[in-house]
Design a protein around this ligand. Structure first.
Ligand code: PMV
Length: 349
């Protein structure tokens, strides 16, 4: 299964949609995690990462240039305030600086999935915002440039510019050299067509943002460096596993990489713990499925929700097993999804 790159569409349409644009982007779940920045301003990661873009929980974002004195941001039908508003304004400042324009914008964005719950809403959110804002401000960016731009809103957003399996390069060096070399790109392998059963145990926003948790972990956990070093090796192995379409190997690397990332958080000072008893119950169920011969492996981001990688054929059984644990969990099954793109009608999907 292959999807057209977002970018050719974005650059084709950017001119005729100058002044107003609507984009849709999907979340991605990292199988080798991004956890830690080497440059907080440029969003340069300590290590490279690899993800799968999903086909559920899209974000639809419109950006319209206005005459007013300030940007306005509407998130899920309510006016954004505080940090959420500040992050979008800062991102728009970056786009304005690149475009050499000063117009403010009215941004309207909606997530089809839970927001701020460790289900990659910031990845789909900033990928959609980068795509729509670049078009509205008349920037003609190719995929790499769009990915670098999205990275400045949320690191993981750099990967949601593309569909399928995507690698985000850590890049070399600092400053401009780092900025130019740290981008995401698709790596193929989509024919594998796996499923990701998303087990939602908490749809509310998390108490500690991934940004804060990441900083606290890199600065204080004695386990951070060892994890980062092993993650570099995980990424190299993961790329080979994706290339040979080896789902058990992909799953094994993904699970150990994610649990290692959580180990760095648990050993931060003070500790950060996103895993809940419900997360652990699902991890136990995944172990039991594997003991029964099912290829099922878990990954967990900055939140208690668990995503289980398995074959498309096994997904109903995996989902039923997890739902059978109790009413505390609901599941949605995702498959490989497309990259960010501008939409035609101007009203999203
Ligand atoms: O891009 P952020 O700031 O939302 O951080 C994402 C961090 C993880 O989801 C935990 C890992 C990843 O690679 O997506």
């Amino acid at each position: 299964m292959t999807f057209p790159s977002a970018v050719s569409v974005a650059s084709e349409r950017s001119e005729d949609r100058d002044g107003e644009a609507v984009a849709v982007a999907y979340p991605n779940i990292a199988l080798v995690k991004y956890w830690g920045k080497r440059d907080e301003t440029l969003f340069l990661p300590v290590t490279g990462s690899l993800s799968m873009t999903l086909d559920i929980f899209p974000t639809t974002t419109s950006v319209r240039l206005i005459d007013g004195p300030a940007d306005t941001v509407e998130l899920n039908d309510a006016a954004a305030t505080g940090t959420a508003l500040a992050r979008v304004e800062k991102f728009l400042d970056l786009v304005r600086a690149k475009a050499g324009r000063t117009d403010r914008a009215a941004v309207v964005t909606a997530n089809a999935g839970p927001t701020g719950a460790g289900l990659a809403s910031s990845a789909s959110g900033f990928a959609a915002l980068a795509t729509a804002a670049a078009a509205a401000y008349g920037l003609d960016l190719d995929g790499r440039a769009l990915s670098r731009l999205a990275r400045r809103g949320s690191g993981s957003a750099s990967r949601s510019i593309f569909g399928g399996f995507v690698v985000w390069h850590a890049g070399d060096g600092d400053g401009e050299a780092g900025d130019l070399s740290s981008y995401a790109e698709p790596i193929g392998g989509d024919e594998l067509d796996p499923a990701l059963v998303v087990a939602v145990v908490e749809a509310g926003a998390k108490a500690v943002s991934s940004r804060v948790a990441m900083r606290q972990t890199t600065e204080t956990s004695p386990f951070y460096r060892p994890w980062a070093e092993s993650s570099v090796l995980d990424l190299a192995e993961m790329r080979k596993a994706v290339a040979r379409q080896d789902l058990p190997a992909i799953g094994e690397i993904a699970e150990r990489n994610a649990l290692g990332m959580h180990a760095t958080m648990l050993t931060a000072r003070p500790a950060i713990r996103y895993l809940s008893p419900h997360s652990l119950a699902i991890l136990d169920a995944v172990l039991a499925l594997r003991a029964d011969g099912i290829v099922a492996y878990a990954t967990i981001d900055a939140g208690p929700n668990v995503k289980v990688l398995c074959t498309r054929a096994d997904a109903p059984l995996v989902a039923a097993t997890i739902e059978g644990l109790g009413e505390f969990v609901t599941t949605r099954t995702a498959h490989i999804g497309p990259g960010a793109r501008l939409t035609t009608g101007g009203d999203g999907e």
